[in-house]
Write a protein that binds this ligand. Structure first.
Ligand code: NAD
Length: 332
């Protein structure tokens, strides 16, 4: 049986984690959880943001499910999410966005998967502030090697899942060198995948196209900051951050995570929707080759989402987090 590191996180993290654990236990998913936390909670309790015990667990298991972690804005510690991504070179941030019956949105037939480069660009941590001159420099570092890796991951995914097209989103008209590196990597890598069509879009046009005709996109790949923004935009197309999954994948480790934050405004009240973390856990099952279990639970989730009364408040229902989980369990 595979052991998976479980990071409950902060705020609503523990509540949605309990819901996922209950659903997995009911579905008899063959895995064992090894719970090690990180973030504000562990910092307050033991003065450590990312305890060594968690690092050891991740290095041992190579696979994890993570709840949201609180990050102070504009001050304080560097994001735990960013630290984990960089420490373990989890260079692919993968975010599927698919319309679900029962989740009301403005669009129908959205079914795309976004690949965001996860370790470089403006998130490389190369920031300076000259107080005397009042100037802050944030360096967006894009490397040839990093560009090849994320673009190859997107094409490999497209080929494996019979996706027809990869769209490369960039700003090469203004960011002449970083954009060129990314586009040249796409042109080279595409030669290894003759069955996958590809095109490219300048990021501003990409945003406009996504919110007017999202069904034209299949697999999208882009650099870190553009990907950060596009991934939330894509979540908005299919019902918001409460219902979409996310994964950080490297060559030998993968951390699956709820993409929303720790929601301090509703923490501890039983109001949190566990769907995003559950769907991330289902992506994890697919990654582990447990396709039947993933499908069984996704079917139960989709059936539950059709009945508003069974859903949490954010989806128009009145159920608590644990009641919602129980409805999913009874639909298994
Ligand atoms: P947030 O996603 O926590 O909350 C935004 C709004 O969405 C809130 O009204 C919240 O109640 C609601 N919401 C979020 N998840 C929900 C869920 N599962 N069910 C129901 N409602 C939900 O974003 P924020 O307020 O900007 O950030 C709060 C904290 O989370 C910050 O410290 C931020 O840095 C952190 N954060 C962490 C991650 C992560 O760990 N991956 C991602 C984003 C933000």
């Amino acid at each position: 049986m595979t052991t998976v590191t479980l990071i409950p996180g902060d705020g609503i993290g523990p509540e949605i984690t309990e819901a996922v654990k209950a659903i997995f236990a009911a579905a008899q998913v063959p895995l064992t959880w090894e719970e090690e936390n990180a973030g504000q909670t562990t910092f307050d309790a033991m003065g450590e943001l990312i305890p060594q015990r968690l690092i050891d667990s991740l290095e041992r298991n190579k696979i994890a499910l993570k709840g949201p972690i609180t990050t102070p804005v504009g001050k304080g510690f560097k994001s735990v999410n960013v630290q984990l991504r960089q420490k373990f070179d989890l260079y692919s941030n993968v975010r599927p966005a698919k319309t679900t019956a029962g989740v009301k949105t403005r669009f129908e037939n959205v079914d795309l998967v976004l690949f965001r480069e996860n370790t470089e660009g403006l998130y490389a941590g190369l920031e300076t502030f000259d107080e005397r001159l009042g100037i802050s420099d944030s360096i967006a570092r894009v490397t040839v090697q990093g560009s090849y890796k994320i673009i190859r991951a997107a094409f490999q995914f497209a080929e494996k899942h019979n996706r027809k097209k990869v769209t490369v989103a960039h700003k090469a008209n203004i960011l002449k060198s970083a954009g060129r590196i990314f586009l040249e990597a796409a042109a080279q890598v595409s030669k290894e995948f003759p069955n996958v069509v590809w095109d490219d879009k300048i990021i501003d046009n990409m945003c406009m196209q996504l919110v007017s005709k999202p069904e034209q996109f299949d697999v999208v790949v882009t650099t870190n900051l553009f990907g950060d923004i596009l991934s939330d935009l894509c979540a908005g197309l299919v019902g918001g951050l409460g219902v979409v999954a996310g994964a950080n994948i490297g060559d030998d480790m993968a951390i699956f995570e709820a993409v929303h934050g720790s929601a301090p405004d509703i923490a501890g009240q039983g109001l949190a929707n566990p769907t995003a973390l559950l769907r991330s856990a289902l992506m994890m099952l697919e990654h582990m080759g447990l396709h039947d279990k993933a499908r069984q639970i996704e079917n139960a989730l989709e059936k539950t989402l059709l009945d508003k009364n069974c859903c949490t408040r954010d989806l128009g229902g009145t159920a608590s987090t644990s009641e919602f989980a129980q409805h999913i369990i009874s639909n298994l």
